[in-house]
Design a protein around this ligand. Structure first.
Ligand code: GAR
Length: 188
């Protein structure tokens, strides 16, 4: 199976879905390491699956460039063929991007190019859209500007708040992310 590293900052529900899919009989990918930029709750999914998990904190480095280099080194130690950002809430720097050209993907809780950034669900709700969803994209140096690989849409309900809408998006999102990762790692 193709080695995959997952980067997280949060609860890791997308990571959990990837781990579950990777454990099925003939999975085309294997999660070989999980890296967070903070004490993320989702790290527990990795440790309980016996997968190496580590934290590379921006605050532990003198500047962003040093952090970027350390993160690139940490990722490269696992020699992944694909890097998946699953709720990783920091912009990647050039060291990471240049080490894995075209092989870093991100999942985002809105229909890009609408509502990029850290608050996709909140921003879509505030705008008053009636349809939103999730996007899986290739990562480039911009904020959620990379090529779109997959999208899934759903209706916003009148009674939705940020939490309820995000929960429904995540159901679609994790299925789509698993499909994209399987697709990108399938032998051809
Ligand atoms: C996901 O909905 C992901 O799309 C979003 O964070 C959530 C993480 O959930 N990412 C972003 O907003 C990136 N800009 P999880 O930790 O439960 O997988």
């Amino acid at each position: 199976p193709v080695p995959v590293v997952v980067l997280i900052s949060g609860t890791g529900s997308n990571l959990a879905a990837l781990l579950e899919a990777s454990r099925t009989g003939d999975s085309s990918f294997e999660i070989v390491g999980v890296i967070a930029d903070r004490e993320a709750a989702g790290l527990a999914h990795a440790t309980s699956a016996g997968i190496p998990a580590e934290i590379v904190r921006l605050g532990d480095f003198p500047d962003r460039e040093a952090w970027d280099g350390a993160l690139a080194a940490a990722i490269s130690r696992y020699a992944p063929q694909l890097v998946v950002l699953a709720g990783f809430m920091k912009l990647l720097g050039p060291a990471v991007l240049e080490a894995h050209p075209g092989r870093i993907i991100n999942t985002h809780p809105a229909l890009l190019p609408s509502f990029p950034g850290a608050h996709g669900v909140r921003d879509a709700l505030a705008y008053g859209v009636k349809v939103t969803g999730a996007s899986v994209i290739e990562v480039d140096a911009g904020v959620d500007t990379g090529r779109i690989l997959a999208q899934a849409a759903l209706e916003v309900l009148p009674e939705d708040d940020e939490a309820s809408l995000h929960e429904r998006i995540k159901v679609l999102e994790r299925r789509m992310l698993v499909d994209v990762v399987a697709d990108l790692t399938r032998p051809r």
